[in-house]
Design a binder for this molecule. Sequence first.
Ligand SMILES: Nc1ncnc2c1ncn2[C@@H]1O[C@H](COP(=O)(O)OP(=O)(O)O)[C@@H](O)[C@H]1O
Ligand SMILES: [Mg+2]
Length: 258
Amino acid sequence: MASETILQVTDLVKEFGGVRAVNDVNLTLPMGAITALIGPNGAGKTTLYHLICGRLKPTSGQITLQRENLPGKNITGLPPHAIVKSGIGRSFQITSVFPALTVRQNVRAAAISRMGRQFDWWRRVECDRPLNQAVEKILALVGVQHLAAKPVQNLSHGEQGLVEIALVLALEPRLILLDEPTAGMSREDASRIVQLLRQLNQKTGCAFLITEHDMEVVFNLAETIIVMHQGQIIAAGEPEAIRSNPDVRRAYLGTVPQ
Ligand SMILES: Nc1ncnc2c1ncn2[C@@H]1O[C@H](COP(=O)(O)OP(=O)(O)O)[C@@H](O)[C@H]1O
Ligand SMILES: [Mg+2]
């Protein structure tokens, strides 16, 4: 695997009954870059995403993660917590966090889960300096210090989107998978998320794979776009090449406009 690659997917297949939702997919993701995964409804994007983060096991094929200065690691079929530990962070559903706890407490809980240590109920977590410093750093990186003392359940939809990203960062990933991070948001909130993702990519060098249906977000953010259609990758390349690719236009529109 080339040293500048963080993830390599080889001959990946996922069948549901007779349906091949992911049909022989091959792709590589570059280290430190933002890649968007797009395609019409039912193309297989979410299935591919679940295969990478371990929620689904592939029918066949291989997924290899490459971290800086480490040998490539075969992560195919590992359970989600092992894949997180290997360095792939996935977005939390805001519904799976602790809604009555504050933003700071939730980020702290995510950081503790990453450290994999037993939660010591007899130790005052407020006294744990390295942990607290890591939590404050993440809150600052995402720009949500002003929300730190608020219960998650009291946040607006846009604020929850920011907190979801803070929770992923607490897992200390080198590759972050985000499934439609701006879904249901106002234009203003969505562009705030886009700006944040670009900043995080630059500051942390973390790679991103983003499934997204909002084309404005995709073309604004991604250095590389991968297009899926009927379980297969039909195009991959820079935004301008994808925009003018006839196969892509056919997949979306059914015809190629003259
Ligand atoms: N758990 C499942 N059981 C059966 N079929 C599924 C399941 N998940 C997805 N599919 C099918 O796989 C195909 C791809 O779905 P999906 O990965 O959700 O596409 P996308 O995210 O691109 O819209 C669809 O035909 C869908 O109906
Ligand atoms: Mg989907």
